[in-house]
Design a protein around this ligand. Structure first.
Ligand SMILES: C[S@@+](CC[C@H](N)C(=O)[O-])C[C@H]1O[C@@H](n2cnc3c(N)ncnc32)[C@H](O)[C@@H]1O
Length: 267
């Protein structure tokens, strides 16, 4: 069962100090609640060939920051789905504030369940740093194949691909308070994507992004410790600091990789 995703502080933009930390961690803050940089995301949109006439499905869209960025950058239509009702409410409000509510649709649902979308109704699917919350990947990929039009492409990132030995404490810290959380060994994604009938599989190693983002994020928070503790309390502050330190170290040592996978539905 998918659990609550508890580190996402969808209010982060309301506090200037948290906004400052985000700018330091990400460089360009496009409302991401993941490890991704704006540059990496623009690369994904290019790979997906998203443009003015495209409909893009964002699976586990969080509070919609990346979806809305894609809509404004390319003029595409967006369908965003996320398990968190709070995230979806934030996304809907942001769409209204940005005046793009006619081009975006956000809804709350466990995205491992069948989606209320017609067959072959989307041109592209993106899923950033969330595939690790889905255990039943065969069913998930079959559903993506159903809703994608022939020739349509998906891209997803997995930030916790196991490439080497991990200590129990590292596993627990890396996954703490995040609900359903699956560590996937190297090679499994390729096997599942191919078995699901997708073609033109591409895999990019984007581990360097997590190593850099996590350590900048950790340090930016540490520098503003007092102000952040005031907002989130010392227990959550320390826990997130430990998670960020472990995420950065495991990526630097290349024991946990962050990989981006993309493939197309055959014509
Ligand atoms: C790391 S965040 C990524 C959010 C967004 N993709 C981004 O990059 O900003 C992971 C997201 O996965 C969502 N999630 C977890 N399990 C899910 C599920 N079963 N169905 C839909 N969304 C889920 C969480 O609510 C959270 O918003």
């Amino acid at each position: 069962m998918a659990g609550k995703y508890s580190y996402a502080n969808y209010d982060a933009f309301r506090h200037e100090v948290l906004a400052e930390i985000r700018r330091e961690a990400f460089g360009e803050d496009v409302g991401q609640f993941s490890w991704i940089t704006a540059e990496e995301y623009r690369g994904f949109l290019k790979l997906l060939n998203v443009g003015l006439t495209s409909v893009m499905l964002d699976v586990a869209c969080g509070s919609g920051g990346l979806s809305l960025y894609a809509a404004s950058l390319t003029g595409c239509q967006i369908i965003g789905v996320d398990l968190s009702a709070e995230a979806i409410q934030t996304a809907l409000k942001a769409a209204q504030d940005q005046g793009v509510q006619d081009r975006v649709r956000f809804f709350q649902q466990d995205a491992s369940k069948p989606l209320p979308l017609d067959d072959e109704s989307v041109d592209a699917i993106v899923c950033v740093d969330a595939i690790n919350h889905f255990f039943h990947r065969r069913e998930l990929l079959a559903e993506w194949r159903r809703v994608l039009r022939p020739g349509g492409r998906f891209v997803y990132t997995d930030a916790v691909v196991v490439a080497d030995m991990l200590r129990r404490e590292e596993i627990l810290t890396r996954s703490s308070r995040m609900g359903e959380f699956i560590f996937t060994p190297v090679g499994v994604h390729e096997r599942l994507i191919t078995a699901a009938g997708f073609s033109d599989l591409k895999c990019e190693d984007v581990t360097a992004t997590i190593a850099a983002t996590a350590s900048r994020w950790h340090d930016a928070r540490a520098e503003r410790r007092e102000a952040v503790v005031e907002i989130e309390g010392s227990e959550q502050f320390e826990e997130l600091q430990r998670t960020l330190a472990v995420a950065s170290a495991l990526a630097r040592e290349r024991r946990l990789l962050r990989l981006a996978f993309s493939a197309a539905k055959p014509l």
